[in-house]
Design a protein around this ligand. Structure first.
Ligand SMILES: [Zn+2]
Length: 175
């Protein structure tokens, strides 16, 4: 288990030249863009980073992150616990033009003045690794299936299909 903090800013070229490994925690409440996307988060994200110069001479960061997030259920919108993990490979570039030359296996990360803000990198990766859609199990969800649709599942097979008007009337009755 990690207990150390990940440094906010590093000198990535120097770290790559020495094949350094960094690991640590970042508080999730530091991430404003993440909060905008999926609501305020608490707790921490654990991050492991290996800096290196690869066989092609590219300066790269191989990374892994893990976090327990509270993501809004697509059906009832209340938060649900969701574990997010991601492996990523970053290629350091000093300009957008160079980013275009990276192979598709690498995500570009812009290094300015030989400095890299790791918080921004981690937040970007976390946002990229969010699942598209999360749902509670039906039994745990505040919105039941028959409130939503005319019965897309197998349970409805014994009943005659409801007309669109019937479905609308039922929906309105619930609100
Ligand atoms: Zn739900």
């Amino acid at each position: 288990m990690l207990t150390t903090r990940l440094p906010n800013r590093v000198e990535p070229y120097r770290l790559a030249a020495h094949a350094e490994h960094l690991e640590g925690l970042v508080a999730l409440d530091a991430f404003a863009r993440l909060a905008e996307a999926v609501g305020a988060q608490h707790g921490e994200v654990a991050v492991w980073l290996d800096f290196a110069i690869d066989a092609q001479g590219r300066r790269v960061i191989q990374g892994h992150l893990e976090a327990d997030l509270q993501l809004p259920c697509r059906r009832c919108l209340s938060p649900m616990a969701q574990r997010v993990e991601s492996d990523f490979l970053l290629g350091m570039v000093s300009s957008d033009a160079l980013a275009a030359e990276l192979p598709s296996t690498h995500e570009p990360v812009l290094v300015e003045d030989e400095q890299l803000n790791l918080l921004t990198v981690v937040e970007d990766e976390l946002i990229l690794s969010l699942p598209q859609v999360v749902y509670h199990d039906e039994a745990d969800c505040a919105v039941s299936r028959d409130q939503l649709t005319s019965g897309e599942g197998a349970e409805a097979s014994d009943e005659p299909a409801a007309s669109p008007f019937e479905v609308l009337r039922r929906l309105k009755g619930k609100h």
